[in-house]
Design a protein around this ligand. Structure first.
Ligand SMILES: Nc1ncnc2c1ncn2[C@@H]1O[C@H](COP(=O)(O)OP(=O)(O)OP(=O)(O)O)[C@@H](O)[C@H]1O
Ligand SMILES: Cc1ncc(C[n+]2csc(CCOP(=O)(O)O)c2C)c(N)n1
Ligand SMILES: [Mg+2]
Ligand SMILES: [Mg+2]
Ligand SMILES: [Mg+2]
Length: 330
């Protein structure tokens, strides 16, 4: 298989049956009509041992916590309030009950923070690696869900947090192993990889802003996610290299590495979006008041859908190659 994106377009149904469906395949989560006031939001993501984690990159507790966090991040990218989750787990014989309890403790820790209830799931054995699939459900005010296809020419591109930290942390874990000795700065990066915080509050600020906003979460790197915004909205996106926000813990690494991690690394689980230029100050003020990070990183123009990186006078096209399941980077 070439990539998961081509596969998904191929299997997406042309016709749907339910009149309550607002958004099916194509965004971070699906949206359908619930009550008069609220729309329902639902999505599912999977973590596979050897692909998304190894025993020497995440503890069982962190596997659980991250497995739920990556899903809550997709709810956040719709502007939704998390409510329920279901867990399907395929267990190899090499995992003991204590470790499995730790996975659930990790999920419970995050669920408690967002008042989420575990309402079901499935348990099976496997001869393969451990597979954790979490489905999350949430709600957003009717017609206020935020989509990837809402960017327009004249918008400003923003991020709700630092990028590159998770990929930096993963590289450190690969170098030194989970029990390695890390400096304080390195520990911050490793933690960003192991226990990402979904940007629910940022999503809620955006959902209650009541102006047109496009939105996506950064699971596969800024280049890939910006391309998803550009493709869905049929616009040209330009990102300023110098505007990309790096956590100060990354300052000891070369600029080239920082840029590579931010653009192509992934798993930062911050939100990337766009808003009309005339509203950007009002929006950034809302973020400032709530003490939530907000960075302007680029702009949107009319033109062939695509993403460009402006670094000084140099402009280069950013291809959609973040983390692609069927084209491993090496
Ligand atoms: N096997 C599949 N069958 C049906 N729909 C799918 C399948 N895989 C993905 N999708 C849908 O395709 C869209 C894009 O999925 P994708 O997994 O790329 O989004 P994401 O969860 O935001 O990204 P990531 O998985 O990198 O976190 C979503 O609407 C998702 O529900
Ligand atoms: C052991 C190990 N090797 C590699 C990676 C990197 N990685 C795996 S999946 C992914 C993108 C998101 O996946 P998805 O598109 O499925 O949401 C990234 C950046 C990791 N975390 N652990
Ligand atoms: Mg997503
Ligand atoms: Mg997904
Ligand atoms: Mg996702």
């Amino acid at each position: 298989m070439k990539d998961e994106f081509a596969f998904i377009s191929k299997i997406a149904p042309i016709k749907t049956y339910q009149s309550s469906l607002v958004q099916g395949i194509g965004d971070d989560a699906a949206v359908y009509r619930g009550s008069e006031k609220m729309d329902e939001v639902v999505c599912v993501d999977t973590m596979v041992e050897g692909v998304h984690f190894r025993r020497d990159t995440l503890s069982p507790y962190q596997i659980g916590k991250k497995g739920l966090a990556i899903n809550v991040s997709d709810l956040a990218a719709m502007g939704a309030i998390p409510a329920f989750y279901l867990v399907s787990i395929a267990i190899p014989s090499s995992w003991n009950e204590e470790e499995l309890a730790e996975i659930y403790r990790g999920m419970d820790e995050l669920a408690t923070r967002y008042n989420m209830d575990l309402i079901g799931g499935d348990t099976v054995s496997t001869d393969g690696p451990l597979v954790l699939t979490v489905t999350v459900m949430g709600r957003v005010e009717r017609n206020q869900a935020k989509y990837r296809h809402q960017a327009n020419a004249g918008d400003v591109v923003f991020l709700t947090g630092y990028v590159g930290s998770s990929a930096a942390g993963l590289e450190l874990l690969f170098d030194k192993g989970v029990g390695g000795e890390f400096t304080v700065a390195e520990q911050v990066l490793v933690h960003a990889h192991q226990e990402p915080t979904p940007h629910v509050e940022a999503g809620r600020i955006l959902a209650t802003f009541h102006e047109r906003i496009s939105l996506n979460d950064v699971s596969d790197g800024v280049a890939s996610e910006a391309n998803e915004l550009a493709e869905a909205s049929k616009v040209k996106v330009t990102i300023e290299a110098d505007a990309l926000p790096f956590h100060e813990s990354m300052k000891n690494f070369s600029r080239e590495k920082q840029l590579d991690w931010a653009l192509f690394g992934g798993e930062d689980f911050v939100l990337i979006g766009t808003v009309a230029k005339e509203y950007v100050n009002k929006l950034s003020e809302r973020f400032r008041k709530r003490n939530v990070l907000f960075f302007e990183i680029g702009n949107v123009e009319a033109g062939e859908p695509g993403v460009f990186l402006k670094d000084g006078q140099q402009v280069t096209r950013l291809e959609k190659h973040g983390y692609n399941h069927f084209q491993k980077r090496g």
